[in-house]
Design a protein around this ligand. Structure first.
Ligand code: FE
Ligand code: CA
Length: 537
């Protein structure tokens, strides 16, 4: 039973307490006309304004970002009333405490839910103590949010013996329940890293699905992207995960459009038109994520998301943006706007060194960070498969998939050569997108099996999205001996346990994504030893 489910009875404290508050004065900046509002100054919520929950993200040694969005009617189909809201800004209050019952409150303050960002709020909290959990909640009028938990990072450079984090990708509402998110929350890691395809903009029209995108459309406008995020956030497992585990965020393609690259759509839209769509998609992402406003507040079609996060002397995590700055996909011409198979022979552009997966500015930022890092583990968390993969299709055509790092081999070579030359301790790459588990050695020269392994890559499977065809992909593997493990038939996530001596990565899988009560098991465990790149099974 979960408090945001209609008719869930006793747990529904926020709604009951709100209904009691009819006529109560509210602390409002303006006089917003809220849904169900009778008097000008008395917001009488007819629905829980905290229906989308709360979230924390981006820990620093003295704070984190807190998020919520007021949405008493989360899936309001009227674009003029996002989440059932209209009018001006709304003042919220928040409390932060050192205990789960909020008895020892160390911070109280106000925040503004901004109409131009769908009444979301993003609070950059500072001045707290390092390396510890806090608990928080929001209130508006007489409605209170659930209590969330957030952590601060350890003091800069301080000794840290252990960090546990999960990484996830590819949760398509229409293909299953988000039970992996529930099991992940049950494991109580310090952090969860979202590596993209948090939503799917497309709606499946071809076959019956377990549950459906509420509007039945492909999201392409601000209202439709907003409603997609809002619907996903009504999922009890995802909502609980955000309330309990501090998040680091990046995105992949489906937050905007399948296989897009910068201003280039897979459908050959006019780039200026596509940038308007991208602006809407990025804004909706911002409105729903616990990301730092001082860095990420969108500016038209631009939104800076990449950043690095340090955890004492143990780990530095670079969250990478693999979509916004990438070069156009190689041999972008009808019928191939997005991912397809090419080789240097069929498509010389594929190996053009001026092309980049990250854009040259982000490449340089990543290179500088890796060269300077003194952390024991250096995690590069990003959206798509990095290891070389020789593929072929049903017609026997061979090639490299142009939408992942195989489509940007010069950019990949620059990164791996830089890692080899600058020798950050224990570089590890994380990825999603391909709806399957992988453990790969990242080679200085993938065409030479004797070439040094300069980093290790783990790819997590999807939360619910259908896996790539197992038999087809298994047939690729003999040509890519640096792939140590592959499995596409399971849905789940990866859980990482870092110590000073080892990185242990568990591939966690659920029994059945169509079963709300799916159970969890461990598919495979890998260990990396300090100082030795490559996954040991
Ligand atoms: Fe995906
Ligand atoms: Ca993807």
């Amino acid at each position: 039973m979960r408090p945001w489910q209609p008719g869930s009875g006793g747990a529904d404290l926020t709604r009951r307490s709100f209904l009691r508050a009819t006529g109560a004065a509210a602390s409002l900046l303006a006089a917003p006309a809220l849904v169900g509002c009778v008097g000008e100054r008395a917001p009488r919520w007819t629905g829980d304004p905290f229906s989308l929950g709360v979230a924390a993200g981006e820990p620093t040694p003295d704070g984190f970002v807190l998020w919520t969005r007021l949405a008493p009617e989360p899936l309001s189909p009227d674009p003029a009333t996002p989440g059932g809201m209209r009018g001006g800004p709304v003042e919220l209050t928040y409390e932060i405490a050192t205990d789960p019952q909020l008895r020892d409150i160390v911070r109280r303050g106000t925040a503004v839910a901004e109409p131009q960002f769908a009444w979301s709020t993003h609070l950059e909290i500072a001045g707290l103590k390092p390396g510890r959990p806090y608990w928080y909640r929001f209130a508006s009028g007489d409605a209170t949010s659930r209590i969330g938990r957030a952590i601060t990072a350890p003091a800069p450079g301080s000794r840290l013996d252990r960090l546990r984090f999960a990484f996830v990708s590819c949760s398509n509402w229409e293909y299953g329940y988000f039970s992996p998110y529930r099991h992940l929350a049950d494991e109580h890691p310090d952090l969860v890293l979202f590596l993209g395809d948090y939503i799917y903009e497309v709606t499946n029209r071809r076959r019956p699905t377990l549950r459906q995108h509420s509007d039945g459309v492909t999201a392409s406008t601000l209202p439709t992207y907003r409603n997609r995020y809002a619907q996903y956030r009504t999922d009890p497992d995802l909502q609980r995960l955000h309330a309990e585990v501090t998040a680091l965020m990046t995105w992949d393609d489906h937050e905007v459009q399948n296989d897009y690259a910068d201003e280039w759509s897979e459908t050959f839209d006019d780039p200026q038109q596509f940038l308007l769509r991208r602006a809407a998609a990025y804004q909706a992402f911002y409105e729903h994520m616990p990301v730092r406003p001082s860095r990420s507040r969108p500016d038209g079609p631009s939104m800076r998301l990449y950043d690095r996060f340090a955890f004492g002397d143990l780990a530095e995590i670079s969250m990478i943006d693999g979509r916004q700055y990438r070069s156009r996909e190689a041999c972008y011409a009808p019928p191939n706007g997005g991912g397809h198979l090419e080789t240097a022979a069929t498509c010389p552009e594929l190996v053009d060194p001026s092309r980049s997966m990250l854009g040259m500015a982000q490449e340089q930022w990543l290179f500088d960070g890796l060269a300077r890092s003194t952390a024991r583990w250096n995690v590069v968390a990003q959206d798509v498969l990095m290891a070389q993969l020789h593929e072929f299709d049903k017609t026997g055509r061979k090639g490299f998939w142009t939408d992942d790092w195989n489509g940007y081999p010069a950019s990949r070579t620059r990164l791996l050569q830089h890692i080899h030359a600058s020798r950050p301790a224990n570089p590890v790459v994380l990825a999603g997108d391909i709806h399957s588990f992988w453990a790969n050695d990242l080679k200085l020269d993938f065409d030479d099996p004797r070439s040094p392994t300069v980093a290790t890559e783990f790819v997590g499977t999807s939360i619910t999205s259908p896996g790539v065809p197992y038999d087809l992909f298994a047939a690729f593997l003999p040509a890519s001996p640096h792939v140590k493990f592959f499995e596409s038939r399971k849905r789940g996530y990866a859980m990482v346990d870092l110590t000073r001596e080892t990185m242990t990565t568990k591939f966690q899988v659920v029994s059945d994504i169509t079963d709300k009560d799916a159970t969890l098991s461990t598919l495979k465990t890998f260990t990396i030893e300090d100082g030795r790149a490559g996954a040991l099974v």
